[in-house]
Ligand binder design. Structure first.
Ligand code: AMP
Ligand code: MG
Length: 492
């Protein structure tokens, strides 16, 4: 069933990981399987059998050629450094080469206690597994770099998180699971050779274009390349109202993919200070803080690379600082590109930023739903009648009407037809996101009634975010007051 493994991480020095076999579970059952992804990865599905698949995706049997391991990493959690975190409940089986020729990790999350588990049980509850499945696949469908979900199994065991819940294992696919915290792990031990080997591995895997170049320059270029991908990624998050919730350095992948969907959530009413995570008491990871936090995390990556950038410590700091200071500018450019696309603007004009800010201000003051505002704006691009539906989202409709007049004036400077514009705007403004209350309903039905139909429908809806999907309009609507989710949990 599995394609052949190409072991890469397992061939890095032994101190990069702990070899570890998944701990068997009593009664594995396949509850979700991503067939298109499996096909793209080269899985053989000819004699696909769900019972057999459950055995593989629970880790009860290790596929031939895999050398399971738990990766070592450190990380800053809410600003405080923890020198040894590592995969406490995840096992990397190995890497496979997809039909696109790219290498990807296959990891089982929830596979049992590893040498990095500390006080944890090494397991995952079903709720967070289904949440990660839905949200990571929705992100991918929206064109946002993300780890993917290949399969989910229940284990037949209960895990205790306050109350006992069904246990589950998620099979996660990533272009790698290397984090800023992986670099920190070696740097914290003064293991400069470890940092260098990791950097070389990352360049080969994610940034092969940096292959040439002199020593110091090469690692500075790596920092710059990671920075560019983070800037692009966070701008995309901001463009769909995504709040990661735990942007710790151990949850920041150097590949530029979104990783570790814990208490993540999508904002409904536009409010920049929105926080959902129950553990984020200070609002460190609020929606509006995400770009700044990304820069902070990149500074932590930079620190680990300093000895490789220049033998002269002051010189290394000067070069890295100069680079990091360009992050806001870089991010701003990415964000403007995202927002211009959302507003249907092809040309870049200096007045655009003020126009975008004015819309956001109107949305905040009018408590308008983030997703619906932009989607309806795409409707307005072709039909003046759609205006009523858009301004109705605002508690101060007159403010939005005034903004629309400014927007229309700005559109006069564009050359494309209204029809083309609307088409492009619909590809930049999803109609469907995994709304928190829908995710919650799907999880509750699966957990309490063993009913996966809501999960399956929601998955279908959110993996076609830009289509209208007649009959599924309900899924585009924000939560009613009684349905609202105010707090989300890590689920660990
Ligand atoms: P997370 O909050 O999921 O990003 O995890 C932070 C750290 O805690 C990582 O080192 C995880 O491997 C570890 N961890 C999270 N949940 C568990 C668990 N149930 N058992 C053992 N380790 C865990
Ligand atoms: Mg994590």
């Amino acid at each position: 069933m599995f394609p052949p493994f190409t072991l890469r991480y397992a061939h890095l020095p032994a101190r990069f990981y702990e070899s570890f076999k998944p701990v068997p579970v009593p009664d594995p059952r396949l509850v979700a399987f991503n067939k298109p992804l499996a096909e793209a990865l080269g899985f053989d599905l000819v004699n696909f059998d769900a019972e057999e698949a459950a055995v593989w995706f629970s880790g009860n049997v290790v596929p031939q050629g895999a050398e399971p391991l738990a990766q070592a990493y450190a990380g800053h959690q809410f600003g405080g450094f923890v020198p040894r975190l590592g995969d406490g409940r995840a096992v990397l089986l190995g890497e496979v080469t997809g039909r696109d020729g790219k290498l990807r990790d296959i990891q089982l999350k929830g596979a049992g206690r590893t040498p990095f588990s500390r006080g944890g049980d090494g397991r995952a509850p079903l709720g967070p597994v289904l949440r990660e499945y839905l949200v990571s696949e929705a992100m991918h469908a929206m064109g946002i770099p993300s780890t993917r979900a290949l399969a989910a199994v229940t284990t037949g065991e209960r895990v205790v998180r306050g109350l006992p819940e069904p246990g589950a294992i998620l099979t996660r696919v990533a272009s790698s699971h290397i984090r800023v915290g992986t670099f920190q792990y070696f740097a914290a031990r003064g293991d400069i050779e470890g940092v260098r080997e990791l950097a070389e591995h990352v360049i080969e895997r994610h940034y092969p274009e940096l292959d040439a170049g002199q020593e110091g320059e090469r690692y500075l270029s790596l920092l710059e390349a990671v920075m560019a991908r983070q800037a692009a990624l966070i701008a995309k998050w901001m463009g769909v109202g995504f709040i990661h919730g735990v942007m710790n350095t151990d949850n920041t992948a150097v590949s530029g993919e979104t990783i570790d969907f814990g208490p993540c959530a999508f904002m409904e009413q536009y409010e920049p200070q929105t926080v959902f995570s129950s553990i984020d008491e200070g609002g460190r990871y609020a929606y509006a803080n995400q770009p700044r936090i990304a820069q902070w995390n990149l500074a932590r990556l930079a620190e680990t690379l300093l000895p490789l950038i220049d033998d002269d410590a002051d010189e290394a700091v000067a070069q890295a600082t100069e680079l990091l200071q360009r992050f806001p500018e870089r991010y701003e450019a990415e964000w403007l590109a995202v927002m211009r696309a959302k507003l249907g603007l092809e040309q870049a004009l200096p007045e655009d930023e003020a126009l975008i800010e004015a819309l956001l201000t109107a949305m905040q003051r009018g408590h308008a739903d983030f997703t619906l505002t932009f989607r309806r704006l795409a409707d307005v691009a072709v039909s003046a009648e759609a205006k009523a539906g858009l301004v109705a989202l605002f508690e101060r409709p007159e403010e939005m009407s005034a903004w629309l007049a400014d927007w229309e004036e700005r559109l006069d400077k564009e050359s494309c037809t209204a029809g083309e514009r609307a088409k492009r705007m619909r590809q930049a403004n999803p109609a469907f996101i995994p709304r928190n209350h829908r995710v919650q309903q799907a999880i509750t039905a699966a957990m309490e009634e063993n009913d996966y139909s809501l999960f399956e429908t929601l998955l279908e809806v959110v993996t076609h975010p830009f289509d209208d999907q007649p009959g599924r309009e309900e899924y585009s609507r924000p939560a009613e007051p009684s349905e609202q989710v105010f707090r989300t949990f890590c689920g660990t």
